[in-house]
Design a protein around this ligand. Structure first.
Ligand SMILES: NC(=O)c1ccc[n+]([C@@H]2O[C@H](COP(=O)([O-])OP(=O)(O)OC[C@H]3O[C@@H](n4cnc5c(N)ncnc54)[C@H](OP(=O)(O)O)[C@@H]3O)[C@@H](O)[C@H]2O)c1
Length: 399
């Protein structure tokens, strides 16, 4: 059966993997919309191949070039964040949510309101407003299927109706590029070193999050919201080979794991076909060639982001949203070389400290959970920018 599809963030790492999966599997789809941030050339090229009804660029300055590149194709064009959210809400059967950062929240919510099946890669929207997003999607008759490999693994091995029989969710982590680095070496790590992930090829922001292990912190929050599991029952285990994508331990001591090569097209295929399986020439695991799988505890001294996320999750309310916002601002500052690598987690910690007592952090004054989460996101960005000014002065002195 042909399904209508929208890919939000089609020009990014997940977006490109999604289109590559469609290409390789020959999945029967009708492309409704493709959206991008700034990469007009790639968006136009994708649009000419996939023939969506509309191609949307968030950056309004790119519209003229997009129109020119698609002239005569019959493909509609639009620009701006409102247009991205508008096409996201047009009721495609399946929407890939793969915009990076909190910018993905409004379009993902629009897709949820329209009752689409959402393949959710954009973890920041879940961390920022997970409970509201899931409720809105359910109420509209849609569903949210995780694409993050860890949550896809848990989704696949979590037996329906057994949530109260789960002892622990165990999120595996590669450990990132600095797994074996000393704290002193990490202090002077460059953006180029931090984005060079050993196993996965990903966008810059999530690569930095993997290096700080804030990615695992965000994933703890995601797991808690998606699988209604408290922080105390979610653990992180470093597994450098990235073959076991996560595990569920049940109360009888049995542990179920999902394995696969580190290729995001696998969890995307799962989210596309679920509960069926999509036949495609997927890379296969060769366990004999791998020989061994290893595991270790994460080091809380070098990777404080995991502890910060656990605290934010325990605190509840909008603390995870504030943490996410502060992290986005700090990662952008690191990529701009305004702060050092270890300053990222330190800036998040200080932002959360300074926001102690902030009404929004504990849930907000008004009754609208979503509005409160968005307001907290905004205040955390302002506080983080102030915190970073001080950190930036320190970095200039270091240079
Ligand atoms: N990559 C992975 O393996 C992976 C795994 C698990 C989860 N995720 C999550 O998936 C999401 C996407 O990650 P990614 O690695 O694919 O990121 P990416 O390569 O940086 O791609 C991000 C996409 O979002 C678009 N975009 C950026 N800012 C935008 C804005 N303000 N409005 C609209 N579109 C915007 C980009 O467009 P342009 O490129 O045209 O500017 C691009 O299409 C993230 O939330 C990430 O945490 C990624």
């Amino acid at each position: 059966m042909t399904r209508s599809v929208t890919v939000l963030g089609s020009t990014g790492s997940i977006g490109v993997s999604t289109l590559s999966l469609f290409e390789e599997s020959g999945a029967e789809i009708e492309m409704l919309a493709l959206t991008a941030g700034r990469n007009v050339a790639r968006l136009a090229e994708q649009a000419l191949r996939w023939r969506p009804r509309i191609a949307v660029i968030d950056d309004e300055g790119g519209l003229a070039e997009l129109r020119e590149r698609l002239a005569g194709s019959g493909i509609e064009t639009a620009a701006g964040s409102a247009a991205v959210a508008d096409v996201a809400g047009q009721g495609a059967d399946w929407v890939m949510s793969a915009i990076v950062g909190a910018a993905g929240l409004a379009p993902t919510l629009a897709a949820a309101r329209a009752g689409s099946t959402i393949a959710l890669a954009n973890k920041e929207s879940l961390v920022c407003a997970g409970p509201a997003l899931i409720d809105i999607s359910r109420a509209a008759g849609g569903q949210v299927i995780p694409v993050d490999s860890e949550h896809s693994a848990i989704f696949q091995v979590l037996q329906p109706g057994c949530a109260d029989r789960v002892a622990r969710l165990i999120l595996t982590a590669s450990g990132g590029p600095f797994r074996t680095w000393s704290r002193e070496a990490m202090e002077s790590a460059s953006p180029e070193q931090a984005v060079a992930h050993p196993n996965w090829s990903m966008g810059a922001k999530i690569s930095i999050d993997s290096a700080t292990m804030m990615n695992k912190g965000l994933e703890m929050v995601e797991a808690s919201y998606l699988f209604a599991t408290p922080a105390e029952r979610i653990e992180v285990l470093v597994h450098p080979q990235s073959v076991i994508h996560s595990m569920v331990e049940y109360v009888d001591g049995s542990t179920l794991a999902q394995l696969g090569p580190p290729d995001m097209r696998s969890p995307i295929a799962c989210a596309f076909a679920w509960p069926d399986r999509l036949p495609w020439p997927a890379p296969r695991l060769d366990l004999a060639a791998l020989g061994q799988l290893t595991f270790e505890e994460p080091d809380p001294e070098r990777f404080p982001a995991i502890g910060l996320a656990r605290e934010a999750l325990k605190r509840g309310g909008n603390a995870p949203a504030a943490m996410n916002a502060a992290n986005e601002v700090a990662v952008a500052a690191f990529l701009d070389r305004r702060i050092g690598f270890l300053d990222i987690a330190a800036a998040v910690a200080e932002t959360l400290d300074r926001m102690n007592g902030d009404e929004g952090l504990s849930g907000g004054a008004s009754g609208d959970a979503l509005e409160n989460a968005i307001m907290t996101d905004g205040s955390a960005r302002r506080v983080a920018a102030e915190v970073l000014e001080g950190f930036g002065r320190r970095q200039m002195a270091r240079n």
